[in-house]
Design a protein around this ligand. Structure first.
Ligand code: PGA
Length: 258
């Protein structure tokens, strides 16, 4: 097993799933199953409506609760939107930004994501910045250029003291929800590329400390091989995080056989 140089984070992203009743039932199953040994930090990004009750139910469990999105303004006439301050106030500690579903379905570009990142830091939330190429971009040999752009534009103007708190998630769009996971070698190549890109925005020691998560069809069966790679520091899990049983097996990847 590799020696962990960085914080290991396994993050679940429920997307638009689970009522509050379902969320609380899930936690009743998850908390005893993950045991809180502390080697892996568990994050759960739940729907806005579930944040407050889930924060309460997860108290003392070691699970960190966060949001899947937020608005870039501090406050204002933005009907239907949620600010970073509101999230912080109900107990969220992190926020996923730039998820490919936000980019493609809701038209969020790098500039807007950059504003959201700045606001997240100002609100005291730790952002998980998601980046990743489409299959078309990979086939055309521009995957790394896409990542470079997403990192450069995403982090533009952000101070190093904030960048230190960043979490990056490499999520190839073709692997999200498709069952087609990137091979550990492909993921490692892209993670190492991202880490080198980060050096343009902070000193090498800081870049060395930033956790880079892999996302895209992570399952109990493939997490171990991914986590063996030196630059893979955890996972962002969509579909499999909806089942407390599957998600706990991913969190416990170091100790259970699949
Ligand atoms: P998936 O989703 O695990 O269902 O592929 C990952 C994500 O969207 O973050």
């Amino acid at each position: 097993m590799k020696e962990a140089k960085r914080e290991i984070i396994i993050a679940g992203n429920w997307k638009m799933h689970k009522t509050n009743l379902q969320a609380l039932d899930y936690l009743r199953h998850l908390i005893p199953a993950i045991g809180g040994e502390g080697k892996v930090t568990v994050f759960l990004a739940v729907p806005f409506t579930a944040i407050a009750p889930v924060v309460e139910a997860a108290r003392n469990s070691g699970i960190t609760i966060g949001s899947q999105n937020m608005h870039e303004a501090k406050e204002g006439a933005y009907t239907g939107e949620i600010s970073g301050e509101m999230l912080k106030c109900v107990g969220a500690q992190f926020v996923i930004l730039g998820h490919s579903e936000r980019r493609t379905i809701f038209g969020e570009g790098n500039r807007r994501i950059n504003h959201k990142l700045k606001r997240a830091f100002d609100s005291g939330l730790r952002p998980i910045l998601c980046i990743g190429e489409t299959w078309h971009e990979r086939e055309n040999g521009v995957a790394k250029e896409i990542l470079e752009d997403q990192i450069r534009q995403g982090l533009e103007g952000i101070e190093e003291s904030f960048i230190k708190q960043l979490i990056l998630a490499y999520e190839p769009v073709w692997a999200i929800g498709t069952g087609q996971t990137a091979t550990p070698d492909t993921a490692q190549e892209m993670h190492s590329f991202c880490r080198n890109e980060l050096i343009k925005f902070c000193n090498p020691d800081t870049a060395e400390q930033i956790p880079i998560l892999y996302g895209g069809s992570v399952q109990p069966e493939n997490i171990r091989a991914l986590m063996e790679k030196p630059d893979i520091d955890g996972a962002l899990v969509g579909g499999a995080s909806l089942s407390a049983e599957l998600f706990s097996r991913i969190v416990n990847y170091q100790t259970i056989n699949v």
